[in-house]
Design a protein around this ligand. Structure first.
Ligand code: ADP
Length: 244
């Protein structure tokens, strides 16, 4: 797999809700290793864009991953193609342990996964996810008693167990304290390399510290794109942020 193999390419994406055009011709190219922040005022279309990529809302245009068309596929097919997402509110099984949650995400119950488990115990990919997310010491605790931040990291771990190469994270540091934010930033950096991470976030300080590139949306379109410094110095960006 070369540098070009994992990227996501979006062309002329349009999402209509009845008569309202929430996504109005978006082009976006994501490269392997990107830690791309997606920002913009409320209602800009950030969540709808993630929903369209993951097949939750109908759209027109093109969404390709390494040349494979994702648009029109069902959410589970898009997930299987290596695109995973988290939501603003963490959704884990509170009564199951951290390891059990990861096991389920990986496919516990499916025959392939069960055979793997019977032969080798906890699959290596689960161990790796525990380590990457810093949850190894919490592996046998029920997810319900984890701190808010740990739950959000567990969700990211669940994407890793699914071998997601494109991770779409909706407000990963919402509700977190300072220490948890720093831990999350470092986790996002660990995810880089062969993966692509898209972060929808309102926390501008967090963005400045961790983004490798930024896309600014407004009114369903891409308003500006570039490095943190480039978008911050873009008068069009200053206008939408001061104007709202
Ligand atoms: P953001 O995530 O940037 O705050 P959203 O993607 O949530 O923006 O919303 C973009 C626009 O689409 C908003 O004007 C919102 O009201 C509208 N919208 C989102 N979902 C729906 C829906 N299911 N039906 C109708 N309008 C929607």
């Amino acid at each position: 797999a070369g540098m070009e193999s994992q990227y996501l390419e979006i062309r002329d994406l349009v999402v209509d809700f009845g008569g309202f055009r929430a996504i109005d011709g978006v082009d976006l190219t994501l490269f392997q290793g990107d830690l791309r922040f997606l920002i913009g005022p409320n209602g800009a279309g950030k969540t709808t864009l993630i929903d369209a990529i993951t097949g939750l809302v109908p759209a027109t245009g093109d969404i390709t991953k390494s040349g494979t068309q994702l648009l029109g596929l069902k959410p589970h097919q898009i997930n299987r193609a290596g695109v995973g997402r988290t939501f603003q509110t963490p959704s884990v099984f509170d009564n199951l342990t951290v390891t059990q949650n990861l096991d389920i995400a990986g496919g516990a119950g499916r025959s392939f996964w069960n055979r793997l488990r019977a032969r080798h115990g906890i699959p290596e990919i689960v161990e790796q996810a525990l380590e990457t997310t810093g949850l190894t010491h919490h592996r046998d605790r029920p997810a319900g008693i984890l701190a808010h931040g740990q739950k959000k990291w567990l969700e990211i771990g669940m994407l890793l167990v699914q071998d997601a190469k494109v991770l779409l994270l909706d407000e990963p540091v919402a509700g977190m304290n300072h220490e948890e934010r720093v831990e999350t930033g470092e986790l996002l950096r660990r995810l880089g390399g062969e993966r692509t991470v898209v972060v929808v976030e309102h926390d501008m300080e967090f963005m400045r510290n961790y983004a490798t590139s930024v896309t600014v949306m407004a009114a369903g379109k891409v308003l500006s794109e570039g490095s943190v410094a480039e978008v911050q110095n873009d008068p069009r960006v200053q206008e939408v942020y001061l104007g709202t």
